[in-house]
Design a protein around this ligand. Structure first.
Ligand code: COA
Length: 308
């Protein structure tokens, strides 16, 4: 059976760092409130979605020891495309010199896991190498006078190279979901700013992450106790703690990077994944559970045995 394994990863964040102190200097907020309510201390702001995606993609290709000309398909998860037309993935294709196709995927903050599962499907359908990127510039659709959102968002990108393998692949099970009746919880109309019903999203997010994670683990014949590393979407440190506690996954098995990056939507899981790989917390053979949720409302989970 042909499966897929990740062979390289990379990230990119803008140089500009915005601290809680910077925000409290211009908004009615404090470092204490932001830290206690969200877990965020600073975030990177700036750049373009395509620019960050190209930088992260280049790094992932370098780590995988691959040329862009060897990539059959780019799947770019983003909810903040550079333009409505063309797809941002085409700009990234050109920037990297990818020989194959390129497509955007918008599932809001669940986008990276959706893209990862889709990429595995393309490999089963015959693609040899797929570059998966989550890239966002949420700062461009944020009203910087709205303290509820300004303190949360960040910009960045993370990328993975997936390659076909003859052995068992790394994807053990997945769960993708959507409920468009909840669109009003989190949206941004053309030309407008993000709107978020924070309290309701918080409640729904914890439930979505727990139920979707459990469904995924069950499909893989696993229990939460089998998870070596939990890499959740980074929207709020309290959401991560609440979900991990309900799943029974100890905090030392959770990857939390929200303190440094804020909520970077579809870039948050690959940024956290790269952090775990760079620090040696995620190694070959580890069982890693990823779970995201976001506007739509959408949710997505995947459990992988790293390295296949
Ligand atoms: N600084 C200081 N005070 C703030 C503030 C800020 N940045 N933002 C809101 N407040 C105030 C509110 O006005 C409110 O004041 P009031 O009680 O006088 O009305 C108070 O703090 C509590 O606000 P509330 O919205 O109830 O806070 P909260 O504990 O729910 O935290 C979020 C707000 C946004 C951090 C939290 O709801 C959250 O993270 N939700 C999920 C968001 C999410 O996951 N989004 C992404 C989906 S992918």
């Amino acid at each position: 059976m042909q499966g897929a394994i990740a062979t390289g990863w990379g990230i990119a964040v803008p140089d500009k760092v915005l601290t809680n102190a910077d925000l409290s200097a211009r908004l009615d907020t404090t470092d204490e409130w932001i830290t206690e309510r969200t877990g965020i201390k600073e975030r990177h702001i700036g750049g373009t979605t395509s620019g960050l995606a190209i930088e992260a993609g280049r790094e992932a290709l370098r780590r995988a020891g691959r040329e862009a000309s060897e990539i059959d398909l780019l799947v770019l998860a983003t909810t903040t495309p550079d333009a409505i037309v063309p797809g941002t993935s085409a700009t990234v294709q050109n920037g990297l010199g990818i020989a194959g196709g390129a497509m955007d995927l918008n599932a809001a903050c669940s986008g990276f896991v959706y893209a990862l599962v889709a990429a595995h499907g393309f490999i089963l359908a015959g693609a040899r190498r797929v570059l998966v990127i989550g890239a966002e510039t949420l700062s461009r659709i944020t009203d910087w006078d709205d303290r509820r959102l300004a303190v949360i968002v960040g910009d960045g990108a993370g990328a993975l190279v997936l390659e076909a393998t003859d052995g068992p692949g790394e994807l053990l099970a997945w769960d993708l979901g959507a409920d468009g009746s909840l669109r009003n919880l989190l949206y941004c109309e053309h030309g407008g700013y993000l709107f978020m019903d924070g309290k309701e999203i918080f409640r729904k997010a914890v439930r979505a992450v727990v139920e979707s994670s459990l469904a995924t683990l069950e499909r893989a014949g696993l229990k939460p106790d089998d998870v070596d590393l939990f890499v959740p979407h980074q929207a709020n440190a309290r959401i991560i703690s609440a979900a991990a506690a309900r799943l029974g996954i100890p905090e030392d098995r959770c990857v939390v990077t929200i303190d440094r990056y804020g909520n970077t939507s579809s870039a948050s899981i690959p940024l956290a994944l790269a952090d775990a790989l760079d620090s040696g917390r995620l190694t070959a053979g580890s069982t890693v559970l990823m779970s995201g949720f976001g506007g739509g409302m959408t949710w997505a989970s995947a459990v992988l045995r790293w390295g296949g």
